[in-house]
Design a binder for this molecule. Structure first.
Ligand SMILES: [Zn+2]
Ligand SMILES: [Zn+2]
Length: 193
Protein backbone atom coordinates (compact mmCIF):
# COMPACT_ATOMS: atom_id res chain seq x y z
CA UNK A 1 0.00 0.00 0.00
CA UNK A 2 1.27 3.44 -0.91
CA UNK A 3 1.57 5.88 1.91
CA UNK A 4 -0.98 8.62 1.27
CA UNK A 5 1.50 11.31 2.17
CA UNK A 6 5.02 11.85 0.91
CA UNK A 7 7.04 12.15 4.06
CA UNK A 8 10.24 14.17 3.96
CA UNK A 9 13.32 13.28 5.97
CA UNK A 10 12.54 16.05 8.40
CA UNK A 11 8.97 15.11 9.16
CA UNK A 12 8.15 13.03 12.19
CA UNK A 13 5.02 11.02 12.70
CA UNK A 14 3.72 11.83 16.17
CA UNK A 15 0.56 9.69 16.19
CA UNK A 16 2.10 7.53 18.89
CA UNK A 17 2.62 10.55 21.10
CA UNK A 18 -0.94 11.77 21.14
CA UNK A 19 -2.58 11.47 24.54
CA UNK A 20 0.56 10.01 26.14
CA UNK A 21 2.32 12.82 27.95
CA UNK A 22 5.94 11.89 28.54
CA UNK A 23 6.22 9.62 25.49
CA UNK A 24 9.09 10.50 23.14
CA UNK A 25 10.31 10.13 19.61
CA UNK A 26 13.80 11.04 18.50
CA UNK A 27 15.03 12.23 15.18
CA UNK A 28 18.75 11.69 14.94
CA UNK A 29 20.05 11.75 11.42
CA UNK A 30 22.12 13.57 8.86
CA UNK A 31 20.04 14.74 5.95
CA UNK A 32 20.81 16.71 2.78
CA UNK A 33 20.18 20.36 3.58
CA UNK A 34 16.96 21.53 1.92
CA UNK A 35 16.95 24.62 -0.30
CA UNK A 36 17.00 28.17 1.04
CA UNK A 37 19.02 27.70 4.20
CA UNK A 38 20.92 30.80 3.14
CA UNK A 39 21.05 34.55 2.76
CA UNK A 40 22.74 36.43 -0.07
CA UNK A 41 26.35 36.14 1.09
CA UNK A 42 26.40 33.03 3.26
CA UNK A 43 24.44 29.89 3.81
CA UNK A 44 24.38 26.17 4.14
CA UNK A 45 24.74 24.76 0.64
CA UNK A 46 21.74 22.80 -0.54
CA UNK A 47 22.30 19.04 -0.23
CA UNK A 48 25.29 19.45 2.09
CA UNK A 49 25.15 17.59 5.41
CA UNK A 50 22.68 18.82 7.99
CA UNK A 51 23.00 16.95 11.24
CA UNK A 52 19.80 16.89 13.27
CA UNK A 53 19.60 15.63 16.84
CA UNK A 54 16.17 16.35 18.23
CA UNK A 55 13.68 14.85 20.61
CA UNK A 56 9.93 15.17 20.36
CA UNK A 57 8.22 14.82 23.66
CA UNK A 58 4.50 14.52 24.21
CA UNK A 59 3.25 17.21 26.56
CA UNK A 60 -0.31 18.05 27.51
CA UNK A 61 -0.84 20.72 24.86
CA UNK A 62 1.18 19.17 22.08
CA UNK A 63 4.65 18.05 21.16
CA UNK A 64 7.75 19.77 22.44
CA UNK A 65 10.67 19.69 20.03
CA UNK A 66 14.10 20.16 21.62
CA UNK A 67 17.67 19.45 20.57
CA UNK A 68 20.14 20.89 18.13
CA UNK A 69 21.12 20.99 14.49
CA UNK A 70 24.49 21.65 12.93
CA UNK A 71 25.94 22.22 9.50
CA UNK A 72 28.83 23.90 7.72
CA UNK A 73 28.21 27.46 6.61
CA UNK A 74 30.01 28.70 3.51
CA UNK A 75 30.04 32.03 1.80
CA UNK A 76 32.25 35.01 1.21
CA UNK A 77 33.64 37.80 3.33
CA UNK A 78 31.62 40.95 2.82
CA UNK A 79 34.82 43.03 2.93
CA UNK A 80 37.50 41.16 1.01
CA UNK A 81 35.33 38.59 -0.80
CA UNK A 82 37.50 35.69 0.36
CA UNK A 83 35.74 32.37 0.77
CA UNK A 84 34.76 31.63 4.34
CA UNK A 85 33.37 28.57 6.03
CA UNK A 86 32.63 27.66 9.60
CA UNK A 87 30.49 25.21 11.54
CA UNK A 88 27.15 26.37 12.88
CA UNK A 89 25.11 24.70 15.58
CA UNK A 90 21.73 25.97 16.73
CA UNK A 91 19.68 24.96 19.74
CA UNK A 92 16.15 23.98 18.94
CA UNK A 93 13.12 24.44 21.15
CA UNK A 94 9.67 24.63 19.64
CA UNK A 95 6.23 23.65 20.75
CA UNK A 96 3.79 22.17 18.25
CA UNK A 97 0.28 22.18 19.61
CA UNK A 98 -2.34 19.57 18.86
CA UNK A 99 -4.96 20.94 16.55
CA UNK A 100 -8.23 21.02 18.41
CA UNK A 101 -10.45 18.06 17.56
CA UNK A 102 -13.24 20.44 16.62
CA UNK A 103 -10.90 22.00 14.08
CA UNK A 104 -10.67 25.21 16.05
CA UNK A 105 -7.67 27.42 15.41
CA UNK A 106 -5.08 27.71 18.08
CA UNK A 107 -4.27 31.31 18.73
CA UNK A 108 -1.04 30.87 20.57
CA UNK A 109 1.35 33.09 18.63
CA UNK A 110 4.62 31.31 19.33
CA UNK A 111 3.59 27.76 18.71
CA UNK A 112 3.15 25.85 15.50
CA UNK A 113 0.57 23.15 15.02
CA UNK A 114 0.87 19.43 14.54
CA UNK A 115 -0.68 18.98 11.11
CA UNK A 116 -3.90 17.09 10.40
CA UNK A 117 -1.96 13.91 9.58
CA UNK A 118 -0.33 14.09 13.02
CA UNK A 119 3.00 14.94 11.53
CA UNK A 120 5.51 17.47 12.77
CA UNK A 121 7.66 19.18 10.17
CA UNK A 122 11.01 20.13 11.63
CA UNK A 123 12.35 21.74 8.44
CA UNK A 124 10.79 25.23 8.75
CA UNK A 125 11.86 25.41 12.39
CA UNK A 126 15.46 24.61 11.48
CA UNK A 127 15.42 26.98 8.53
CA UNK A 128 14.25 29.89 10.71
CA UNK A 129 16.82 29.18 13.38
CA UNK A 130 19.75 28.65 11.08
CA UNK A 131 19.06 31.49 8.68
CA UNK A 132 18.61 33.92 11.56
CA UNK A 133 21.95 32.73 12.98
CA UNK A 134 23.73 33.69 9.75
CA UNK A 135 25.65 36.97 9.92
CA UNK A 136 24.20 39.84 7.95
CA UNK A 137 27.73 41.04 7.05
CA UNK A 138 29.92 37.92 7.17
CA UNK A 139 33.63 38.62 7.58
CA UNK A 140 36.61 36.28 7.28
CA UNK A 141 37.81 37.74 10.58
CA UNK A 142 36.73 40.66 12.73
CA UNK A 143 39.53 42.97 11.65
CA UNK A 144 39.55 42.09 7.98
CA UNK A 145 40.83 45.26 6.28
CA UNK A 146 38.91 44.54 3.09
CA UNK A 147 39.72 45.92 -0.32
CA UNK A 148 41.06 49.31 -1.39
CA UNK A 149 38.08 51.47 -2.25
CA UNK A 150 39.96 52.94 -5.21
CA UNK A 151 41.57 49.99 -6.93
CA UNK A 152 40.22 46.86 -5.24
CA UNK A 153 43.64 45.79 -3.95
CA UNK A 154 43.55 43.34 -1.03
CA UNK A 155 44.72 45.55 1.82
CA UNK A 156 45.80 42.52 3.81
CA UNK A 157 48.58 41.83 1.29
CA UNK A 158 50.18 45.22 1.95
CA UNK A 159 49.00 47.27 4.92
CA UNK A 160 50.99 50.22 3.53
CA UNK A 161 48.96 50.31 0.35
CA UNK A 162 47.82 53.86 -0.39
CA UNK A 163 47.27 56.12 -3.33
CA UNK A 164 49.08 59.39 -3.59
CA UNK A 165 46.40 61.95 -3.13
CA UNK A 166 47.44 64.92 -5.24
CA UNK A 167 45.05 67.80 -4.96
CA UNK A 168 44.60 69.21 -8.49
CA UNK A 169 45.23 72.75 -7.20
CA UNK A 170 48.57 71.73 -5.75
CA UNK A 171 49.43 69.99 -8.98
CA UNK A 172 48.87 73.27 -10.84
CA UNK A 173 51.06 75.18 -8.40
CA UNK A 174 53.78 72.60 -8.64
CA UNK A 175 53.72 72.98 -12.41
CA UNK A 176 53.98 76.76 -12.10
CA UNK A 177 56.88 76.53 -9.66
CA UNK A 178 58.74 74.25 -12.04
CA UNK A 179 58.21 76.75 -14.82
CA UNK A 180 59.54 79.63 -12.71
CA UNK A 181 62.61 77.65 -11.77
CA UNK A 182 63.29 76.97 -15.41
CA UNK A 183 63.02 80.68 -16.25
CA UNK A 184 65.40 81.57 -13.45
CA UNK A 185 67.93 79.01 -14.55
CA UNK A 186 69.79 81.06 -17.27
CA UNK A 187 70.51 84.12 -15.14
CA UNK A 188 70.83 82.02 -12.02
CA UNK A 189 72.88 82.52 -8.96
CA UNK A 190 76.59 82.61 -9.34
CA UNK A 191 78.43 79.38 -9.05
CA UNK A 192 79.26 78.86 -5.40
CA UNK A 193 82.83 77.95 -6.16
ZN1 LIG B 1 37.82 39.39 4.65
ZN1 LIG C 1 44.35 50.96 -4.10
Amino acid sequence: MIHPQQKTLLQVDVKELKGKPGAQETLSRTVPTPADFATVLVGIPEASDLNVQVRLESVHEGVLLTGSASAEVTGECARCLDAISYPLTVDVMQLFTWVDETGGENDDGDSLAVDENLMVDVEPVLRDLMVSALPFQPVCREDCPGLCSQCGFRLEDDPEHAHEQVDPRWAALAGLAAELNENEEPGGEPDPS
